[in-house]
Structure formats: C-alpha cells, structure tokens
Write a protein that binds this ligand. Structure first.
Ligand SMILES: Nc1ncnc2c1ncn2[C@@H]1O[C@H](COP(=O)(O)OP(=O)(O)OP(=O)(O)O)[C@@H](O)[C@H]1O
Ligand SMILES: [Mg+2]
Length: 351
C-alpha cells in the first residue's frame, strides 16, 4: 500500500475549460479519502489525473515517494472501479476477476489463489461460474471490486461505484467497502456527489465546488465547523437554514426578531457589530424553546424524528425535532437555536 501526494494539480481541457484549480492533498498510507461535491465540480477529473487517464496540465503527483506525474497508467500500480462496472459479458465471474492478471501473464496458480481470496472477501465464492447477466447489480459491483483487489494495487480509486444501485443495496455495499478498506488496509480515493456516502465512508473528506477545494477534514470537522457557506449547505441533510442577520451587541437581529448571543458568540461577532452576517442553523439545532416562533406550514414524521417546515418572520425554515410530533398547518411553534454558525457575507467564510 502507499501514500499519495497531489501538489498544485491543475487541469485545463483542450477546449480551455479549467476543471481543477490548484488541488493539494496528502493521503496517508491506508487512508480512505472521499472527494465530494456537486456535478461538474472536478471530482472525476482529479481522480482520472491520479489514475493517469487524463494528462496533468501542471502540478506534481507522487505515489509512495515517487514522482509519477508523467508515468503511463499501467505503470502506476493503481486500480480504478467505475460507476458502470463494464464487466465482460461473455466471461464468467472468475474469468472477469482473473482477466487483468491473465493479461499480465501471471502464473495460473497465483491467479487462482488471488481470485479465490478476493471471492472469499467479497462473498462471491458461489457465483464464480456465473455470467454477469445472471447477477444482481450489487453482485456485479462486487465483481468489479474483485477485479481491482486481485491486482493488489498501491491505491484504489472509486468513481461513484454505487450510483447504479438502489438505496438499500447502496447502504449494504457501502458497508462492504468499509470492511474491505479495513481488511486490506488499502489507500483509497473515492468520488461521490452524495454527502451521506462521504460522511459515512471517509477518514477525511475533500469538499469541492467549481474546480476548487473548499475544505479538507474529517466528517465531523466538515459537519461541525464548515469552512464556508458552500460546505455548510452541502454537508448535512436536510440542509442548513440560512438567514441574513444583523449583529447588534449581544443580540442577533433576524427579520426584526432578537436572538440572544452567548458571551463567546458575542465576542466572536464583535468585529461585525452593526453589520449584516449570514446566520446558519442546522434543522437538528432548532429545538423547543422560547426565543422565536415558527409558523408551521408542513410536518413529516420520520419515526424517531419529525421534520417541521415553516416560516420564521416570513423566512423559510426547517426544524428536525427528536420526537414523534404532530403540528397543524398555521400553528405556532416556539423554538430556540441550540447551535448557530456565522459566516462573513462578502467572503462567505466561517466567522
Ligand atoms: N474531456 C473533457 N473535455 C472538456 N471538458 C471536460 C471534459 N471532461 C470534463 N470536462 C468538464 O470539466 C468539469 C469537471 O468535470 P468532472 O467530470 O471532473 O466533474 P465531476 O465532479 O466528476 O461531475 P459528476 O458528478 O457529474 O460526475 C466540467 O465542467 C466538465 O464539463
Ligand atoms: Mg464524475
């Protein structure tokens, strides 16, 4: 296994589109990194530069201490698993998994050993003689992972490997990938646009927008201290509520309503006294209380929690209450914010 270092990577495509700007990341040996962000933000481009499937316009890529920036893909010792797993339809599961090793003219006994070991890890031992079309989507995805495992690469790359699976299977396969990561101790770079997948899988998340890295950190860091409005709105579900708020001494005014600030919060906001900031509040940080009144416009019960949609002085807001509650449309719900995030209106950066 290997460490990985991406230094000042830029990608400009032939049509002058710059897809990635100054990407910097050090991946530790055995770390699982998830690149997350909306469609078109440059995730696949970054992954493909690591794989060698796209030229690196400028910057340096280092695998295990070796500069591989200009090295062809086949020499990089990397295995990639794609969204459309592209199995060979005329080959059995066994043959699909053995294929790359056969191409490399590996000893047949070694091939057999590696395929059987990978099949065991992935629970495919009983499926080895089947053709891909006789398998479920989840099993096919596991065969695609098996093809990567048998090569014992230095680094595994995954590009949205679960997006063709239904929600239940996606959850199950996600847990398999986590187990696989633990068992192999493998260094992995994993791309997804799904923030839940990022939060549940990653050792560290790289959150991207429009070609730029917005924040790198553990799932908890991105959830708890998002670096800017983009990360705050992208990570967390339902998304964070945002309001324009005026800092006024030790209170915050939102649409004419006053919210008390703690001493610490007031201190942090002192440089903004008399100015507008962006206030962010996660739905799970809106709780029963006495500071503000929400006018209810809808209510969804989700078992142990209830989502309450409504307005706060005319502004849309969603609250996630830890109870099975029932609220009528038009009803007033008294709440307080248990945690608030503050952002600079101009830079959108966290205060
Ligand atoms: N071969 C190409 N030639 C020119 N532009 C490209 C090429 N491939 C991608 N792009 C552009 O580069 C940008 C980043 O694309 P990329 O595929 O990396 O996004 P992504 O984050 O993987 O998105 P998605 O979630 O939709 O897969 C987009 O604006 C895209 O249109
Ligand atoms: Mg992509």
């Amino acid at each position: 296994m290997a460490s990985l270092s991406l230094k000042n990577l830029n990608k400009i495509y032939d049509n002058d589109v710059q897809a990635v700007y100054d990407f910097n990341l050090d991946v530790k040996d055995g770390e699982l990194i998830v690149l997350v962000g909306p469609s078109g933000c440059g995730k696949s481009t970054t992954l493909r530069m690591v794989a060698g499937l796209e030229d690196i316009t400028s910057g340096t890529l280092i695998i295990d201490g070796k500069d591989v920036t200009a090295m062809p893909p086949k020499d990089r010792d990397i295995a990639m698993v794609f969204q459309n797993y592209a199995l060979y339809a005329h080959m059995t599961v066994y043959e699909n998994m053995a294929f790359s090793l056969t191409l490399m003219k590996e000893n047949p006994y070694v091939i057999h050993e590696k395929v059987m070991a990978a099949a065991e890890i992935l629970g495919l031992t009983d499926q080895l003689n089947k053709k891909p079309k006789q398998l479920s989507g989840g099993q096919r995805q596991r065969v695609a992972m098996g093809r990567a495992i048998v090569r014992t690469p230095k680094v595994f790359l995954f590009d949205e490997p679960l997006s063709n699976l239904d929600a239940k299977l996606r959850g199950a396969t996600r847990r398999e990938i986590l187990l696989l990561h633990k068992r192999l101790g493998a260094t992995m770079l994993y791309v997804t646009h799904d923030q839940t997948e990022a939060l549940t899988l990653a050792d560290r998340i790289v959150c991207m927008s429009m070609g730029y890295v917005q924040q790198i950190g553990t799932p908890l860091e991105l959830y708890d201290t998002p670096a800017n409005v983009f990360v705050a709105s992208f990570i967390g579900l339902p998304p964070m509520n945002f309001f324009d708020a005026l800092v006024s001494g030790d209170t915050l005014e939102v649409e004419g309503l006053s919210i008390p600030l703690s001493e610490e919060e007031a201190g942090r906001l002192r440089p903004y006294d008399g100015k507008f900031i962006t206030l962010g509040v996660r739905p799970e940080n809106v709780d029963h209380g006495s500071d503000l009144a929400i006018k209810v416009s809808g209510c969804e019960n989700l078992g142990q929690t209830t989502l309450v949609h409504g307005t706060l002085a005319g502004h849309k807001i969603t609250a996630k209450l830890r109870e099975w509650g029932s609220y009528a449309i038009g009803e007033e719900l008294s709440v307080s914010f248990t945690r608030m995030h503050f952002f600079d209106k101009e830079t959108t950066n966290r205060i």
